[in-house]
Design a protein around this ligand. Structure first.
Ligand code: SAH
Length: 411
């Protein structure tokens, strides 16, 4: 196998199980005999060694500032049965935490993230499970190369999974030379499920999952626990679910006894799905409306019309996709939160989130603080929220932390 040698002292982070090798840490690359070119092929497995020739691990080679993503530490090659072993371990964590429906309670919860990249020691791989279908996203060429082995291990190791759909058009590195399809079924039982009529349960609520046309893998699995908290506070409240996507928070608010729920998203496709989901779970609901509108425009228009709410949820898309966009993102968070806080009745509640990995907890809190101060309302923090237990953060890889939220009491 090709071997990557690190500069001296650059092995330390790997010895602490941080899974990335940056290109600047590499002193030399020794290609194995079968190579014709002068560099490793993107996506191939390479062995990483220290300057003193110790074996540090094996991982996927990638062109870019992160040159290797380590899959297994302390070994030269991937052990036999590697994918099965990792997937089994990830499944066991979710099962032991009580996340997965069993035959006694089949409608409880069969929607969960099975593999959360570095958080499940598989950098570059995301797998979400919806009922009997797993949706796989590769973020590295290495994972793309291994997609068939991964799909086979998923069907073998995860009792509920019978179909594996691959959706990596938007997640593989843009310029990478990738062979084979980036999207499509990897494994399907005789009749492929269709994304037009596919349902999955989250905590007893049914959601239509459209992995073909939907965002990410079709659903935002990461808000499950925070949605349950909205349910707890929703009784008799007028609720606004801003950036609602398929209406996750709206369904929990309805089940929690909200007086009214308004769901707003700029995407008409999302709004159509919200209406389908509400009709499926609450066929008689007359207290829900879904509106396709831009958040800033909607809040401004509603405020001018004198509208107020008891509970607002703000779950915007990542405002900062890169470090250099952080300043603008913080301004965006401040503006949208100020607009929402202004519209909350005295004694009301705001759930506000940021899923930008580049914006840390402190910076986000400061943006919300500035928003509260700018509109002159007395605000207290009731809860500090984060990503759920099926999106674990590898303690040696703090970059895996991305979702943060605050629940505010607004006087
Ligand atoms: N809260 C959702 C996930 C939100 S994802 C859930 O629980 O599933 C962010 C959503 O914001 C997307 O659906 C996207 O269509 C929407 N969005 C992006 N820009 C917007 C804008 N300017 N105004 C309103 N919605 C917007």
């Amino acid at each position: 196998m090709t071997t990557i040698y690190l500069k001296s002292h650059k092995e330390e982070s790997l010895k602490r199980f941080h899974p990335w090798v940056f290109s600047g840490a590499i002193s030399k690359v020794v290609l194995d005999a079968k190579h014709q070119g002068d560099a490793p092929v993107e996506g191939e497995l390479v062995t990483v060694r220290s300057a003193a020739n110790e074996v540090l691990g094996v991982g996927h080679w990638q062109v870019g500032s992160i040159a290797v993503r380590i899959l297994a530490f302390g070994v030269e090659t991937l052990p036999e049965g590697f994918w099965s072993e990792r997937i089994r371990a990830a499944y066991h964590v979710r099962e032991s935490l009580g996340l997965i429906a069993n035959s006694q309670e089949p409608t409880a919860n069969n929607t969960f993230r099975l593999i959360h990249g570095e958080g499940d020691f598989l950098p570059g791989l995301i797998v979400d499970v919806y009922a009997d279908t797993a949706v796989v996203q590769a973020h590295s060429v290495g994972m793309h190369v291994c997609r068939k082995e991964i799909a086979e291990a998923l069907v073998k190791e995860v009792p509920q999974v019978e179909n594996v759909y691959y959706k990596s058009d938007d997640t593989l590195p843009f310029k990478a030379p990738v062979e084979g399809e980036k999207t499509g079924w990897l494994i399907a039982k005789s009749q492929e499920p269709t994304a037009d009529e596919y349902w999955s349960f989250e905590n007893g609520l049914q959601f239509r999952i459209d992995w073909l046309r939907g965002q990410k893998t079709g659903f935002f699995v990461d808000q499950r626990e925070n949605r349950a908290l909205v349910e707890r506070y929703a009784a008799n409240k007028d609720v606004l679910n801003m950036f609602c996507y398929t209406g996750g928070f709206s369904l929990y608010a309805l089940r929690g006894g909200a007086k009214t729920v308004d769901s707003v998203d700029v995407s008409q496709k999302a709004i159509d799905l919200v209406n389908i989901n509400v009709a499926r779970n609450f066929p008689d609901a007359k207290n829900h409306q879904a509106v396709a509108a831009d958040a800033f425009e909607y809040l401004t228009a509603q405020k001018n019309a004198g509208k107020t709410y008891d509970l607002i949820i703000l779950d915007p898309p990542a405002f900062a996709k890169h470090r250099d966009a952080v300043k603008n993102a913080l301004r965006g968070y401040q503006r949208i939160n100020a607009k929402a806080i202004e519209m909350i009745r005295p004694g009301g509640i705001l759930f506000t989130f940021s899923c930008s990995q580049a914006v840390d907890k402190e910076a986000f809190r400061l943006a919300v603080f500035s928003a509260a101060a700018s509109v002159g309302r007395k605000v207290r923090i009731l809860h500090q929220l984060h990503q759920p237990q099926d999106h674990p953060i590898n303690i040696y890889h703090p970059e895996g932390e991305y979702l943060k939220g605050l629940v505010l009491y607004v006087e």
